[in-house]
Design a protein around this ligand. Sequence first.
Ligand code: NAD
Length: 352
Amino acid sequence: MRRFVHETHAQRVVFASGAAREKLAEEIGLLGASRVMVLAGPSEAAVAARVTADLPVALKHDEVVMHVPVAVAERAREAARAHDVDALVSVGGGSTTGLAKAVALTTGLPVVAVPTTYAGSEATSVWGLTEGEVKTTGTDPRVLPRSVVYDAELMLSLPVDLSVASGLNALAHCVDAMWAPRTDPIDAALAAEGIRALAAGLPLVVDDPGGLPGREQALYGAYLAAVAFASAGSGLHHKICHVLGGRYNLPHAPTHAVVLPHVLALNGPAAPEAERRIAEAFGTTTALEGLEALRTRLDAPRALRDYGFREDQIPDAVVAVLPVVPESNPALVTPDNLQQLLRSAWEGATPR
Ligand code: NAD
């Protein structure tokens, strides 16, 4: 086996379907916290009220905005200071986790995350902030949640279309982790198991949105996906989606869901080992065949034009993406093939 270094993040991870309330209280007890700030957006407030009922809550904060605008982060930091809180609990999707991370970044306060989507931010030490059109990201150990409490019951209220988009966002972590700049055999193993779990769980979520087995499988897959992504770093897929999300304010999860097969179509032939492992995880002959079959089964988002991306923005996106393409990307990325990729994603063409 070739030489590699794999860094594992120090984090407690609790899987407890139906028991988030008790498990969250245990995690806060382990931290010895007595003044908790609960962060949850308006559509997450009901779930948050339920799972934080046994905590010493000093403050509830509900101003959550996707991609964490700096002004929103500043107001949350100020509220944390004014209420002298000693721990942060985020209950919600990646936007809510992201806000808690932004507060932790400057205050050093510990975060306990209770995710309600498959975004996976809770398992990474990556933070993100936006100012105007520019999204800045960075890595800092202070923002990595100390504990994560996964409770599949909390996912039951996530509408099917959001579940599908978010689940494919998780799948994108797995696929991109196969060729991202710091990928190693451990990341590939986590990613392959993540693909298997998501491919098994997401169809069950669509068939029976109120059932737990699909939600549990998908949540387990989403965690593995996030751990693989956190270690491997951002590959071509994440670089493209980062530009699209930050520059044109496209919604995070659907953007990932649309772009992924187009990146796989470009990189797959140039990355035979990744292609083999992804196909094996899907149980299909080729990786793209597996992904496309799953996307059809889930009625996945197909075209970026449905999410606010305009055809006349493609040339600008090409110029913005090219300088951030990872040097190690398996396929050569040129202005021409990138233009073609973005055009196919824009119109929802069959990935080739
Ligand atoms: P989101 O957090 O914006 O949530 C999408 C919508 O779903 C919101 O309206 C939210 O209120 C609602 N929602 C969430 N959970 C719900 C539930 N259980 N029931 C009903 N409604 C619910 O979207 P997301 O895709 O989870 O996260 C996207 C953000 O996370 C982006 O800003 C992205 O950059 C960030 N992210 C960061 C990392 C990282 O490692 N730092 C990783 C993944 C995503």
